[in-house]
Write a protein that binds this ligand. Structure first.
Ligand SMILES: Cc1cc2nc3c(=O)[nH]c(=O)nc-3n(C[C@H](O)[C@H](O)[C@H](O)COP(=O)(O)O)c2cc1C
Length: 242
């Protein structure tokens, strides 16, 4: 991990056991009638940190402390293939520093195939309980094998086996096939035994080219401040109309 990098750990288990059973006769809520008023403090140019990564660290600290914000490191990763066809999915941010934003995935997955053809990527952090979003656009490159291996070793044993068991994004016939594949691996590598890093699994580091900080304000007059990378490595800040 590069110096000063912030590594994100999150091992709390989540299940659907708290899902509220609903009466099937209950009407579906009308999304057009859903309207929240944002009363947050504004975001001014003078408030901003020198770099977008420092600014991101400030907001990330606040997001992590916000009780109503579940998984602040969950981000929507959008890619496009060589023909420009987009696709999006949620992925967990695992580290960030001045070099970029890192996530881990399967290198044969749809997102990884897109990135092999077209490395331009967009990351979106939907921090709704704070009326905030951060949008990073940049270029993705694979992390080195040593860095990937170091991160893989920190994952729980079950997640390490899961990375082997799943050929992410490929079609499978049944759930039972997946469970059988996991059970076979669990027998081969019992708890306590080192699981090798799958060759087709690893990280992507997104080097930011632009980072927008969006703060919801009253009457839809939101603040949008965007850092844009300059040729000399410095950052220009521009304000966008909401
Ligand atoms: C909260 C959440 C976190 C996720 N984190 C990851 C992750 O860190 N890495 C990953 O490969 N997939 C993660 N996924 C699954 C992806 O959304 C997606 O299903 C998977 O990566 C396959 O995407 P693709 O077929 O578009 O490549 C996560 C899903 C959710 C809902």
């Amino acid at each position: 991990m590069p110096d000063g990098g912030r590594r994100i750990r999150q091992d709390d288990r989540v299940t659907d056991r708290d899902a509220v059973p609903l009466d099937p006769a209950e009407p579906v809520p009308d999304p057009a009638a859903m309207r929240k008023h944002y009363r947050a403090e504004g975001l001014a140019e003078t408030d901003l940190a020198a770099t977008p990564v420092e600014q991101f660290a400030r907001w990330f600290r606040q997001a992590a402390a916000e009780a109503h914000l579940f998984e602040p490191n969950a981000m929507i990763v959008s890619t496009a293939d060589a023909e420009g066809r987009p696709s999006s999915r949620t992925v967990l941010l695992k580290q960030f520093d001045e070099q970029g934003f890192v996530f881990y995935t399967n290198y044969d997955s749809r997102k990884a195939r897109d990135l092999a053809e077209n490395p331009y990527v967009c990351l979106l952090f939907p921090w709704h309980p704070m009326a905030r979003q951060v949008i990073v656009t940049g270029v993705a490159r694979r992390t080195g094998r040593d860095e990937t291996a170091a991160y893989f070793r920190t994952r729980p044993h079950g997640s390490q086996l899961g990375a082997w068991a799943s050929a992410q994004s490929s079609l499978i016939a049944t759930r039972a096939d997946l469970d059988a594949s996991y059970a076979e691996l669990a027998a081969r590598y019992p708890e306590g035994e080192q699981v090798p890093v799958p060759p087709n699994w690893g990280g992507f580091r997104v080097a930011p080219q632009a980072v927008e900080f969006w703060q919801g304000r009253e009457n839809r007059l939101h603040d949008r401040l965007r850092y844009v990378a300059e040729q000399d490595g410095s950052w220009r800040v521009e304000r966008l109309s909401p």
